[in-house]
Design a protein around this ligand. Structure first.
Ligand SMILES: NC(=O)c1ccc[n+]([C@@H]2O[C@H](COP(=O)([O-])OP(=O)(O)OC[C@H]3O[C@@H](n4cnc5c(N)ncnc54)[C@H](OP(=O)(O)O)[C@@H]3O)[C@@H](O)[C@H]2O)c1
Length: 212
């Protein structure tokens, strides 16, 4: 599959390298095409490098791995490239400007995923993977047991395709939380995630939803 990865940080690098290893045709995008991190990705993995617009145009499925408090800026202007496509929104709207712990820039009655969906009405936004560390996203077996990843989005077909893709990464417990407004819940897990990270001293953990 052709995949676009918007973002050159730990999340973008980790998922993009894994997607190349799985045989996908991957382009990573940055603000500038000559960004060192995007060029480094291409030379290390054999994947492709470009701008956010190039990567958005390239992918049949596109991953938003941009800094959450800048995602709207990064995605603005990409409505044409992303029209009719699935945008998997991995980003968290965290603001670290006041130190640790970060606070959410949007919550409770709205979410980053909803803001993105409103900005890109012809794109199928699916919130997922934001509740785990990048290494766990692509290798859930780093954490033993059947632990859970969530999907939120308005389009059932798109959520089905994302769930199939998640299974290809090894995810077994996937919960569809509902329409895009349910991304509020997934994003609001982040204050818990950062506290757990502080207490546990590792990012190799996840939440398991258990029922009889
Ligand atoms: N790291 C993880 O394990 C993890 C886990 C779950 C969710 N996430 C989420 O994934 C996203 C990426 O996280 P990260 O740790 O990989 O890296 P990050 O440092 O949060 O984001 C890096 C990306 O954001 C872009 N960016 C920064 N400032 C920008 C601006 N003013 N305008 C437009 N784009 C801007 C950068 O563009 P350039 O490439 O042009 O510099 C870069 O591609 C975040 O939303 C984070 O919450 C991360």
């Amino acid at each position: 599959m052709k995949i676009g990865v918007l973002g050159t940080g730990a999340a973008g690098q980790t998922v993009a390298a894994k997607f190349v290893a799985l045989g996908h045709d991957v382009m990573m995008g940055a603000r500038a095409a000559d960004n060192d991190k995007v060029l480094g990705f291409a030379s290390r993995t054999g994947g492709k490098a470009g701008t956010f617009a190039d990567a958005a145009a390239h992918g049949d499925m596109v991953f938003n791995c941009t800094r959450g408090d800048t995602s709207l800026a990064a995605l603005s202007g990409l409505s044409q490239q992303l029209e009719g496509k699935i945008l998997v929104d991995v980003a968290n709207p965290l603001d670290f400007s006041s130190g640790f712990p970060p606070h959410l820039t949007v919550s409770n009655t709205d979410s980053l995923a909803e803001q993105i969906q409103r900005a890109l009405p012809k794109t199928f936004v699916v919130k997922s993977l934001n509740t785990v560390n990048a290494a766990v996203m692509i290798e859930p077996a780093r954490v033993p047991g059947r632990h859970t990843v969530f999907v939120s989005g308005n389009d059932q077909h798109s959520k089905g395709k994302v769930q199939d893709f998640l299974r290809s990464l090894g995810w077994q417990s996937i919960i569809d939380l509902g329409d895009i407004t349910s991304a509020r819940a997934a994003e609001q897990l982040l204050p818990l995630w950062v506290r757990l990270y502080g207490v546990l001293g590792t990012a190799d953990f996840n939440i398991a939803v258990m029922k009889p």
